[in-house]
Design a binder for this molecule. Structure first.
Ligand code: ZN
Length: 67
């Protein structure tokens, strides 16, 4: 029983490490966190990264090119 509890606690520890909260959409995600700069601080999920963060970086790059 003790061993069983320890393995559950180890599992919970790993599960909590895997749970990230996206600072853009607020959803929990388990994939590797992305850097949401320049849209937000902290971490963001893959879908926000692909749909929002990369787009905003492209826009920023275009703005910089025009200067
Ligand atoms: Zn997100």
């Amino acid at each position: 029983m003790e061993l069983f509890l320890i393995s559950i606690m180890e599992y919970m520890d790993k599960a909590s490490e895997m749970t990230n909260i996206c600072s853009i959409c607020g959803n929990e995600f388990s994939e590797y966190p992305n850097n949401p700069y320049p849209l937000s601080k902290g971490i963001c999920c893959d879908s926000c990264n692909e749909e929002l963060v990369i787009q905003s970086r492209l826009i920023k790059m275009r703005e910089n090119d025009e200067d």
